[in-house]
Design a protein around this ligand. Structure first.
Ligand code: AFP
Length: 337
């Protein structure tokens, strides 16, 4: 329904979160939507920097390497600090953990009000920045555990993905799109630059159960486990009926396509990276939560991503994520030992 019966309705991400909260959690105080508004504010600022990246001196590497051993891009630093600044003003956020930082940032002394922990990859796919390829921000939100002393910071952070209260991503591309879930479906918003707000564009997104696209850095196939290599042979065989390969090299962009069109994204273990490359807390967990909420599946080859108990902040994991039938197909060839 629309106000006049003619124009499409306008619903911003804030309105959407508030309405959903009112419907499903009548006792909610609004503090959570206030927290998420820090994420939308930060990502609008990052989107603006990304759009003007070639015009101002923010392209290229800083010369530093991050805790993952990767070259830090100038935009990585801008995105990290922007998100930290915006979240710092939200009284409910106690701890912030970034893929770019060595250690968690304790924003508030532990107390009942600062009960949220936010984990994020400020600029995923940042090695693609200089060549105008889509990049993104991924976030995951947890609550402090009630059964653990407030000062045991790592115990609060290292919770399995099935404890996430929200997760989402923003993709900076031909348009800037945000997708989020609070465990109540996946909803998508497009940044309308004319009003500076994310407007609802897809509600209750469903990932197709199958899709004829596979997405993997196939150059590593000599290093993949045998089962994955057998799957890759099958996918290219006549028997499969024909698949297309799409690989952008920005997880957010490859995942966004998989969510909408279906298919499967794989980053298996390699000889060089026996535990995979992607980070459990900042990449796999939030995207697994979104995938499952949209009807998809995410596994490391042995167990559901969301059931993995993290043991370290920057832990990596193999990842197979996407349409249910396609992930099942990969697993029928490969089950990690
Ligand atoms: P960068 O942030 O260093 O560009 O890494 C991106 C990423 O973590 C993820 O977004 C991609 O899916 C994956 O790495 C690509 O890795 P390969 O270059 O090894 O294929």
């Amino acid at each position: 329904m629309t106000a006049t019966g003619r124009e499409p309705s306008i619903q911003t991400v804030q309105q959407h979160i508030l309405e959903r909260q009112r419907a499903h959690h009548p006792a909610a105080t609004g503090e959570f939507s206030w927290l998420l508004s820090a994420v939308t504010l930060a990502t609008k600022i990052v989107a603006d920097h990304v759009r003007r990246a070639g015009l101002i001196d923010i392209l290229g590497a800083t010369g530093a390497t991050n805790v993952q051993g990767e070259a830090v891009q100038k935009l990585d630093v801008i995105a990290n600090e922007t998100i930290a600044r915006c979240l710092g003003y939200r009284e409910s956020v106690g701890i912030m953990v970034s893929e770019e930082d060595d250690e968690p940032r304790i924003l508030k002394e532990p107390d009942a009000h600062a009960r949220y922990i936010i984990l994020f990859d400020p600029l995923d796919g940042s090695s693609n920045i200089d060549v105008n390829v889509s990049i993104g921000t991924i976030f995951s939100i947890l609550q402090r555990r009630e059964d653990v002393d407030a000062d045991r910071v790592m115990d609060h952070i290292l919770q399995p993905g099935n404890r996430q209260v929200a997760a989402g991503y923003v993709i900076y591309s031909s348009s800037t799109v945000m997708a989020y879930t609070t465990g109540d479906g996946v909803h998508m918003f497009t940044l309308d630059p004319s009003i500076g707000a994310f407007r609802l564009t897809r509600e209750e997104v469903r990932m197709p159960d199958s899709g004829r696209i596979y997405s993997v850095n196939e150059a590593y196939s000599p290093q993949f486990p045998d089962g994955i290599r057998r799957y890759l042979d099958w996918v290219k065989s006549e028997e499969s009926g024909g698949y297309a390969l799409r690989y952008i090299g920005s997880l957010v962009a490859d995942f966004h396509r998989t969510l909408i069109k279906g298919g499967v994204f794989l980053y298996p273990p390699t000889i060089k990276a026996p535990r995979g490359k992607l980070r459990l807390l900042y990449e796999a967990n939030p995207l697994a939560f979104i995938a499952e909420q949209a009807g998809g599946v995410a596994t490391d080859g042995r167990e559901r991503i969301l059931d993995k108990i993290p043991t370290a902040l920057h832990e990596r994991t193999p990842l197979v994520i996407g349409s249910k039938d396609e992930v099942d197909r990969v697993l029928s060839f490969w089950t990690a030992d």
